[in-house]
Write a protein that binds this ligand. Structure first.
Ligand code: DGJ
Length: 729
């Protein structure tokens, strides 16, 4: 396993447990993509580079450059010199032209993996990861481009990133710098993406590839509710268990592009990187630019293995928080309980009731600062609202602690309300185009986090509050997209850097936060789930999944999210009924069972719900904690899917050693005259025996996996059950 170079064949080989990736060099030094897929036993050759194909018109030359470059499967295509497919790197030189031709110069193989300064990035110890750096150069521009590949053998993951360095004399402009490219032959590939909107994030979408370019992307300054920085190409027969899957996910939280392009020769080019719209980075002599990291995996055993590769990788090599495997507090958040209408007495009332029910933390959401009684003011004025909290914040936190609950708090540090003291003092701190009135969204503007003094101020506000009281948790929200992209500080030449510099500012603030407050539990959030991405996971072990807490809507949202992200990262709460967004009533038990697939909590007014529901909470809290270690570390299997037109939804988490498994079954709509449903468990030991908790029944592991467990038929819509199987022999 690991990385090798075969000089005689001019071939680089990277192996993980089940995959092999091959890179070859053409005689001219073009870096070509040979193969990515199932682990090879043979050494491999570079004949797949197709170096002997003829030009497309009769030509005296055997290998005419433009037509050669337009089919050559390449690792990192630069634009302007003959490859007409999607480029990864567009460089404008001082003459105004775009053109760059990269040729191999040198390579390095490192044990371990260097970090990416200023950016979130995966990590691993020596022995867990090796890195291949391919140094390429454009001779005319003297532009050095380093392609990095880090090989995480155990999880079948290869990460890629790119660094571009101007070693020449010209002032260059980078108009596009993607992070990864994968060329392959088409095999009726289908494209699987995660799409949606506010309150219905990350629904799974799948469809055949068509000729030309198909994309998912964001130019909103965040990874977005609508399209997700994830792309998988799958063979038509791919299911949870079978078929081939090539997947890419982007460790970045801002604008992105993920694209599949089916070309004239039946090749597919899969690319991922920062979106080139609104992007133009100055690269003066001596400067370098670091592109974020893309995470690649290949599975020959369907989508399920892809999912488990990502889960294991993110748990082991991206999430740094000490809370990842710790007991996470069951929290109650007052947002849907009170919206902006609360004061210290109301929160204490909730806290007292919550304590009786066994809940462990109170989170005070939006509305505690400045004059904020609606969403139309005060972002930026991070001082406690003295009318709501007459005795101050510390007094409230201490009282909540005395009741026996930890205290958490909400911030939206990246924003500024036009009606705020901050805006009155610093109108130029808002992102805006000079001379144009910027568009408001949720009555707010976005702070220009490309400016150091703005980052320092915004971070300082959060830190001051955290120093003022024993606060255990922060919910970091971001409730609008970026537009009117202009900075009062960046010069004319540099406005195209603002979107990326904004993200670097956000990352700097979060890095400072987790460094200065290492014990803090940070939950990222963006108007629900608009920034649920690997970039954010580097800072926070959990992210609010969606504003929609309706249990049925959550089935789809959480299925799509869990396709890539570990269950322990998905913020999920038991909400009020009728649900505030779709008006649906669902049973209290079902709401809890669905929320237990994530980081569990409550989002309702516990002082007002029915006594019968309140009485169920202690057992739910206990149940969540009992299953939490399994959910945090186990293997996730999707057994049936409502979004795939089944009348029920079913998932399982099995311990890695096969010692136990928890199955969640949700009947969405009852059907008449229906018998029991067989669900086929996974991840058990064939020859072991498993008892079903709460019954006398014992089943063989092989029986549960191959014959199936029969879920008894039930009457009623939206009903659910948990089944806990424990190995007994
Ligand atoms: C959006 C979040 O997703 C909600 O949970 C809540 O915190 C509101 N913002 C508050 O404005």
């Amino acid at each position: 396993m690991g990385i090798t170079y075969m000089d005689a064949k001019k071939l680089f080989r990277m192996d993980t447990r089940r995959t092999t990736y091959l890179i070859g060099l053409s005689p001219e030094g073009y870096v070509g993509h040979v193969y990515y897929g199932r682990r090879l036993k043979s050494e491999g050759n570079s004949y797949l580079l197709r170096m002997d194909e003829r030009p497309f018109t009769p030509s005296v030359l055997e290998r005419e450059k433009a037509s050669f470059l337009d089919f050559f499967p390449t690792e990192y295509p630069a634009g302007g010199v003959g490859d007409y497919r999607e480029s990864c790197l567009d460089v404008r030189c001082e003459s105004g032209s775009i053109g760059c031709e990269l040729q191999f110069e040198d390579y390095r193989i490192l044990r371990g993996k260097p970090g990416l300064p200023g950016l979130p990035a995966s990590f691993g110890q020596e022995g867990e990861v090796e890195t291949l750096e391919l140094v390429c150069r454009d001779a005319l521009l003297n532009l050095k481009v380093t392609l990095s590949y880090s090989v995480f053998a155990d999880t079948d993951i290869i990460t890629r990133s790119v660094q571009v360095e101007n070693c020449g004399e010209q002032h260059l402009k980078l108009e596009k710098v993607y992070s990864a490219c994968l060329d392959m032959d088409n095999r009726d590939l289908e494209m699987l993406t995660l799409v949606g909107s506010w309150a219905r994030e990350r629904h799974i979408q799948r469809g055949g590839l068509r000729f030309g370019k198909q994309t998912v992307s964001s130019v909103k300054g965040e990874s977005s509710h609508q399209e997700h920085p994830f792309l998988a190409l799958v063979t038509p027969e791919a299911t949870q268990e079978t078929g081939e899957v090539y997947a890419m996910n982007f460790v970045y939280s801002g604008n992105f592009m993920a694209q599949a392009e089916l070309t004239q020769f039946g090749q597919v080019r899969m690319t991922m990187g920062i979106h080139s719209d609104q992007f133009c980075w100055n690269l003066r002599p001596g400067e370098s630019f670091q592109a974020p990291e893309a995470v690649l995996t290949y599975s020959a055993e369907g989508l399920g293995l892809m999912t488990r590769n990502f889960h294991d990788f993110y748990r082991g090599h991206l999430i740094r928080s000490p809370h990842q495997y710790a007991k996470r507090p069951v929290l109650i958040n007052n947002w849907e309980a009170t919206y902006f209408d609360f004061d210290s007495e109301k929160l204490l009332e909730i806290a007292r009731e919550a304590k009786k029910a066994g809940i462990e933390m109170l989170v005070m959401d939006d509305g505690w600062f400045g004059k904020r009684n609606l969403d139309d003011s005060s972002l930026g004025d991070w001082t406690v609202n003295e009318e709501k909290f007459t005795s101050g914040l510390l007094d409230l936190v201490e009282k909540v602690n005395e009741i026996g609950l930890q205290f958490g708090i909400w911030f939206e540090p990246e924003m500024i309300s036009p009606d705020s003291d901050l805006y009155r003092a610093h109108p130029d701190w808002a992102i805006r185009i000079a001379g144009r009135t910027p568009s408001q969204s949720r009555a707010q503007y976005v702070l220009d986090l490309s400016r150091k003094e703005v980052v320092d101020y915004a971070y300082g506000c959060v830190a001051d509050i955290l120093h003022s009281a024993p606060i255990a948790y922060v919910k970091w929200d971001m409730n609008r997209q970026l537009c009117d992209i202009g900075s009062a500080c960046l010069g004319r030449e540099s406005q195209g850097e603002l979107m990326h510099r904004y993200m670097l500012g956000v990352y700097e603030m979060q890095e400072r936060l987790v460094t200065e407050f290492p014990e803090l539990l940070l939950e990222n959030c963006s108007g629900g789930g608009a920034r649920f991405d690997p970039g954010m996971l580097y800072y926070s072990p959990q992210i609010w999944c969606s504003d929609n807490v309706d249990a049925m809507e959550r089935l789809r949202i959480q299925e799509g999210t869990a396709l890539i992200y570990p269950l322990s990262t998905m913020g999920a709460h038991v909400g009020d009924c009728p649900n505030h967004i779709v008006g649906r009533n669902t049973p209290f038990d079902t709401r809890a069972h669905v929320a237990m697939a994530g980081t569990f909590g409550y989002e309702l007014d516990i002082t007002k719900i029915a006594e019968e529901e309140r009485a169920k909470i202690p057992a739910q809290v206990e149940e969540y904690h009992r299953y939490q270690p399994l959910m945090q570390r186990g293997d996730y299997y999707r057994l049936a899917s409502w979004s795939d037109r089944k009348p029920y939804d079913c998932w399982e988490v099995a311990a890695k050693d096969g010692s136990e498994a928890l199955v969640t079954f949700v009947q969405v709509l009852a059907e008449p005259n229906m018998h029991s449903r067989a669900v086929f468990l996974r991840g058990l030991q064939e020859d072991a025996e498993y008892a079903l908790e709460g019954t006398e029944n014992v089943y063989g592991g092989d029986e549960l996996m191959y014959c199936g467990y029969l879920v008894p038929s039930k009457q009623g819509d939206f009903v659910s059950r948990l089944y806990h199987f424990v190995r007994v022999r």
